[in-house]
Design a protein around this ligand. Sequence first.
Ligand SMILES: *Cc1c(COP(=O)(O)O)cnc(C)c1O
Length: 416
Amino acid sequence: MIWNDLDLKNIWHPFTPWQAQAPLFIESASGVHLHAADGRKIIDGISSWWVNIHGHAHPSIAKAIGEQAAKLEHVIFAGFTHEPAIALATDLLKLLPDQEKIFFSDNGSTAVEAALKLALQYWKNKGASRTKIVALRGAYHGDTFGAMSVGERGLFTKPFQDLLFSAEHIPPPSEGSAEAHENVFTEEVAAFIYEPLVQAADGMKMHSPEGLDKMVARAKEKNIIVIADEVFTGFFRTGKFTAGEYLTQSPDLIALSKGVTGGFLPLGVTACNAKIAEAFRTPDFEKTFFHGHSYTANPLACAAANVSLKLLFEKKCQESIALIANLHRDFAQQIGRHEKVKEVRSLGTIFALEIKTEGGYSASVRNTIYNYFLERDILLRPLGNIIYILPPYCITREELTRIYKAIEDFLNSKMC
Ligand SMILES: *Cc1c(COP(=O)(O)O)cnc(C)c1O
């Protein structure tokens, strides 16, 4: 096909080696299905890149974007404002615990980047010299330089190693770890950043809410700015609106993105509490947060987010989220006994299974798994030897069962 040739010739795909197989050409999509140019109907088991929470091409979101586009497509957000952004910020603040202001950007990395810069400038504005950042081992916070710096060092960050600022990476919470971390959370530390409950890119690794809660409390005792990166976990991915709702402590800053627009348009959200906001509420020009992006608070993205938010709280969607969580839990219990399974994890709409074989992002089994499911018209994108399902919330019991069955068949095959 001519398009495939042009793609191969002209396009550089993300996270993709140049010798990789030709990408699949998708013509359209609806609900949980992607419609490929070769006529195949592929079930999207990972909500596209973890973003598509209501399924593809949801008519209400599409309609809202169309109407917004015909009315106001974009306006500079410094000195100007508009209804979709105000409505979104107002609704988000009702849902995020103890948060006071919303700062918009374009994606998950920039939402994190803004949170880090706000935390660091907070201390400058206060006239203090705290600059050290504590993060979790295995962390992934995005691909910009600040986000890479606080992330785990590895294959992705290797070419930039010498230029990344240092961060102290501590083990994710486990039994008794809060005590062990007492000497990490000192008064030199500016900020503590973490992915609450699920470290997604690290392989859907999960930790206990109690352990994290203790860590956050410890950090707050030392007045450390606490940043929750909810880019992945937000918008009911873990079964609650944010993973933070499983904790008693609330963070000073929250980064959101991925699910925010229902997977239609890029948008990043950084929320902050009164403590952060107060440090910037000053007539001193130099204490301004001099940060922004051309597409900040894009009206189309905000309009999509407003509809997506409304859909999320409808009974139908809430029931579906609860059903997915139950089905995942049952399947985890059943398949966890399989001889090929090293570990299963599930929380809310997230299911992950680690196969007893060589792991790591570059493990060869990864391509075997990916191709096995794609040949069966199921999109799963394993992380090394870890298979996970992150379905759009509109998935049915039958569709989910089809994915479970395929996973079981794969484990029973001689392919792993
Ligand atoms: C995906 C992700 C990011 C980065 O978001 P992008 O929109 O891809 O830049 C940051 N943090 C977490 C936890 C993520 O899962």
